[in-house]
Write a protein that binds this ligand. Structure first.
Ligand code: TNX
Length: 497
């Protein structure tokens, strides 16, 4: 990076802000600039330290964080919580003048999102530890911004292949750059149970011991899981744990034969078929199991949601499925969590306020909304990051077709299902199923560059969004993704820089 490289323009920001007005000047960040934060303690102070670390580790600068009254010193970055109701929980206002960078938000989460904007206005080399770019300049102007949807997620399937704590934390950091705020962890499936449950230890001891293709698998201890949750929370990302049931449960059945109807444990499974396993929904022991698991997962999870899967329960009779969902919903409620499940929950009676994650069947999803459910939109043809980009993609599946970068961007979560209204849509989520993904490099190859597009759909207004304009901005993120060491797919059709 040459020292005179032009700072990124306002329209390089992804997701596109609600309003961005450049003023034509520049602010130069000096190596001893102060970050003045009000209030200096608590979450706002921690967010300020996050910004200082981000800049210091690449530049070798020594930005100091502190409180301060009155006029901030020239050259300071000012972060401030203020009673600006209109900004909402995650909104922010950024004002850059030649003298100061001022970021204002109602909540610390808004400061954190605003810092991602500042980050994208700094040269890409700021992302590479030890890169020593400089001088660091930011264009002047004003950005006012807040998200369209409160739920902007990505899902990682750690069951088909297991990904360790570090890998997940890195993924959270990449999500945070694009202002995503929900990490859905698909923790259990036929091929593996990945979260230790104290009252049912064989779930991980046996059920976590392999994965697709027969590798060693793995699982999170309670401490590992807490570390993921805490890290995500420091990035204002809520972890939504999914315990898939009554189907997708072979790993549990293999670990505890009492959960099957005939009392015989199946073998561990390392293939990629779906729809063949079911908890025995007519046995009381099954509900003791579910209660124990839900109790432990709820206790480990500070976020308000608990995902019970519910998808592809082809080995469960319809009436039994409905009865099962009714009982499990009550268990989840009793443990103080809000229920979320895949669209198939629409086949059961739901309480209003249940969250349903749409993936392919508009009829069932509409049935759920008719019962008062809110939607998280993950249509497989658009948002499934495990679909191949094109038929020649080395990784991924193709059952929903191929999804190039444009397909993943060029849709609207509310218009996707006729008859669904903006009020019924909580947001969007991009699931990444890992049948074919063995390493975090594989994960990055499928998520990038499609995930930033999903992030923009979740954050930015629909009006004014267009693929032709977006692809230019995405191309400008090439150097930043390279600086971060992201193994992204150099998709054709994007003017990569
Ligand atoms: C369908 S989407 C599934 C998953 C698979 C995925 C592969 C959904 C709720 N269930 O079990 O991993 O397809 O794309």
């Amino acid at each position: 990076m040459s020292p005179t490289a032009a700072p990124p323009p306002f329209d390089a920001v992804i997701p596109k802000p609600v309003a961005a007005v450049p003023a034509g000047g520049v602010f130069t960040l000096s190596p001893d600039a102060r970050i003045v934060v009000t209030p200096a303690s608590g979450d706002a102070g921690r967010v300020a330290s996050y910004l200082a670390e981000l800049v210091n580790r690449s530049t070798g600068y020594e930005l100091q964080v502190g409180g301060g009254r009155g006029t901030p010193p020239a050259g300071a970055i000012v972060l401030r919580l203020q009673e600006r109701r209109a900004l909402g929980a995650e909104g922010y206002e950024l004002r850059v003048t030649p003298e100061h960078v001022t970021l204002v938000a109602l909540r610390a989460a808004g400061l954190f999102r605003g810092i991602q904007t500042i980050r994208q206005l700094l040269p890409p080399a700021v992302e590479r530890p030890g890169a020593r770019p400089g001088p660091l300049r930011i264009r002047t102007g004003t950005i006012r911004d807040r998200p369209r949807f409160p739920w902007r997620g990505a899902m990682l399937d750690v069951a088909r292949h297991f990904f360790g704590v570090r890998d997940v934390q890195r993924f959270v950091d990449l999500m945070a750059l694009y202002k995503l705020n929900v990490l859905h962890l698909h923790l259990t499936d036929d091929q593996g149970w990945r979260l230790a449950i104290r009252s049912w230890p064989r779930l991980t001891a046996h059920g976590g011991s392999t994965q697709v293709g027969g590798g060693r698998g793995g699982f999170y201890t309670a401490a590992d899981y807490r570390a993921i949750v805490a890290y995500a929370s420091s990035r204002y990302v809520t972890v939504v744990p999914e315990i898939d049931m009554p189907g997708h449960t072979n790993a549990a059945l293999a670990s505890y034969p009492e959960l099957t109807c005939n009392g015989v444990a199946p073998s561990l499974y390392t293939g990629i078929e779906v729809g063949f396993s079911s908890l025995c929904t007519t046995k009381e022991r099954t509900y003791e199991f579910v209660s124990d698991v839900v109790r432990e997962v709820a206790a480990l999870t500070p976020g308000p949601y608990l995902h019970i899967g519910g998808d592809e329960a082809k080995a469960t009779k319809p009436a039994e499925y409905r009865a099962f969902v009714r009982r499990v919903a009550a268990i989840v409620r009793a443990h103080g969590k809000r229920l979320i499940g895949w669209e198939e929950l629409g086949r059961a009676d739901l309480r209003p306020g249940t969250i349903v994650q749409h993936w392919h069947d508009e009829r069932v999803t509409r049935r759920a909304t008719a019962r008062g459910a809110k939607l998280v939109m993950s249509p497989a043809t658009r948002a499934y990051l495990d679909m191949k980009y094109d038929p020649s993609s080395p990784l991924g599946l193709q059952w929903a077709g191929t999804t190039d970068v444009r397909d993943a961007y060029d849709w609207d979560p509310v218009a996707q299902i006729p008859g669904v209204s903006e009020r019924q849509v909580l947001g969007v989520e991009a699931p990444l199923w890992s049948e074919t993904l063995r390493t975090i490099g594989d994960v990055e190859h499928m998520a990038f560059p499609r995930l930033p597009g999903i992030a923009e759909i979740g954050w930015s207004r629909a009006a004014g969004r267009s693929w032709n304009e977006y692809r230019e901005r995405l191309g400008a993120h090439g150097p930043r993704l390279r600086a971060l060491g992201v193994n992204f797919y150099r998709a054709p059709g994007v003017p990569w820089r």
